[in-house]
Design a protein around this ligand. Structure first.
Ligand code: GLU
Length: 435
């Protein structure tokens, strides 16, 4: 038995986090991490090192509400690893954010950056809040107080936040301003995903969806399906889902179903995506009442017969229950963790090609890297240059991981983990342990 096997079978690593449920995002992340570590026969010490986050920060965020009451919200920032460079990752606002989820998402950022050769480590933040219940002023105070609590964590060379679920350019502008005020100088590179006028990058907003479609096109070509003959289903119509739907529609594909929190919308003849986007934007970012398609349930939508399924909503959408019923030929993970680890095997047995999240949705962090570089140079690129470099990095990463998957006869997801972990572990070996 290898040394790593000894460590893996010890009671601690058998159940790395005993209190979490089976489908918890952290458990899914760990299962894939363990599998890849075994393929690499990873040094047991390195396995231990990469199993726990470097830093976990939990803060209480008190704010004065508009009516004068004081409310307190829980906030998190998890730095999983900064071996490859400053840690990078978004901040999400959601009523059900948990530390388990933020820990998984932070580790996914480490693997994601390593997977597409972006020189950053991984982090993630979250505030447990339903942003719909807060006014714009309350959201601003919440964001500024969270930032104030993180002044010794954030920094252009330390930890760089970005938007994630329910946060946006405005949120980043507040973080940038709070950090800059405290440091008494404008520090653009402390966040990415800012408004362009504040030092944001052209193409950043569309970057995640663009990367999803670049990798989807690469996957379609491996299966010899022409995009203009492809049928596509997109779950989620936020920034990632709507841009993915638009770009694949522009390739001539038939998008037969889309969805948002108000439900699913199906049209076997193909949905007019520009019209759906226009409808949603003029309807408070909601598809409710969209008449270019028939209503369809979320379960039914995921199980539709199609070439490409793009889950771009949230975690655990494809799990042990519905995985056997998925008919798509390709799943391109726009969201982080939309497939649970125990569903992986079923999809693999059914011959479904999964373009894993840490590759498929890495376009966002890739253009975040471009934004950071532009801020530090004080020189800004054209949108054409951003998109060209993004497409090239995504395409090269896909081809590279496809090769790794063939070399070890493993899935693309396993290949992505093997490549990413190997990259982080090799860097760690070279740097050594400081003590
Ligand atoms: N929140 C995005 C992600 O999950 C982007 C992170 C970033 O750009 O730092 O990849």
């Amino acid at each position: 038995m290898s040394q790593l096997k000894d460590v893996l079978s010890s009671s601690y690593y058998k159940e790395p986090v005993p209190h979490i449920e089976k489908d918890s995002p952290f458990a899914s992340m760990m299962e894939r991490f363990r599998f890849a570590s075994e393929i690499l026969d990873l040094d047991p010490g390195v396995f231990k090192y990469l199993s726990s986050p470097e830093r976990v920060i939990i803060v209480a965020i008190p704010i004065t509400m508009d009516d004068g009451r004081i409310e307190v919200f829980d906030g998190y920032r998890v730095i999983h690893n900064s071996i490859l460079g400053p840690s990078k990752g978004g901040i999400r606002y959601a009523h059900d954010v948990s530390l388990d989820e933020v820990k998984a998402l932070a580790a996914w950022m480490t693997w994601k950056c390593a997977c597409v050769n972006v020189p950053f480590g991984g982090a993630k933040g979250g505030i447990r809040v339903n942003p719909k219940n807060l006014s714009q002023h309350e959201l601003e105070r919440l964001t500024r107080r969270y930032t104030a609590n993180m002044l010794d964590v954030f920094g252009p060379d330390r930890d760089i936040p970005a938007p994630d679920m329910n946060t946006n350019e405005q949120t980043m502008a507040w973080i940038m301003d709070t950090y800059s005020m405290k440091n008494q100088r404008t520090e653009k590179a402390v966040v990415t995903g800012k408004p362009i006028i504040l030092g944001g990058s052209k193409g950043r907003k569309e970057a995640t969806g663009r990367g999803v479609i670049t990798t989807t096109l690469a996957a379609l070509s491996k299966l010899r399906i022409s995009p203009s003959n492809a049928t596509v289903v997109v779950q989620g119509f936020g920034n990632v889902g709507s841009v993915s739907a638009q770009l694949i529609y522009e390739q001539g594909a038939k998008v037969i179903a889309i969805s948002d929190v108000t439900g699913g919308y199906y049209n076997a003849g193909g949905i007019d995506i520009p019209e759906a986007i226009h409808y949603s934007m003029t309807n408070g970012f909601s598809l409710e009442g969209f008449d270019g398609a028939e209503p369809i349930g979320n379960d039914e939508l995921l199980e539709l017969d199609c070439d490409v399924l793009i889950p771009a909503a949230k975690e655990n959408q494809i799990n042990i229950e519905n995985a056997p019923k998925i008919k798509a030929k390709i799943i391109a993970e726009g969201a982080n963790g939309p497939v649970t680890a125990n569903a992986d095997k079923i999809l693999e047995e059914n011959g479904i090609m999964v373009v894993p999240d840490i590759l498929a949705n890495a376009g966002g962090v890739t253009v975040s890297y471009f934004e950071w570089v532009q801020d530090r140079h004080g020189y800004f690129w054209t949108e054409e240059r951003v998109n060209r470099r993004l497409n090239r990095m995504m395409r090269e990463s896909f081809d590279n991981l496809f090769m790794v998957s063939e070399k070890y006869s493993i899935t693309l997801r396993q290949a992505a983990y093997v490549y990413a972990i190997d990259r982080v572990a090799t860097t760690l070996k070279l740097r050594g342990i400081y003590a």
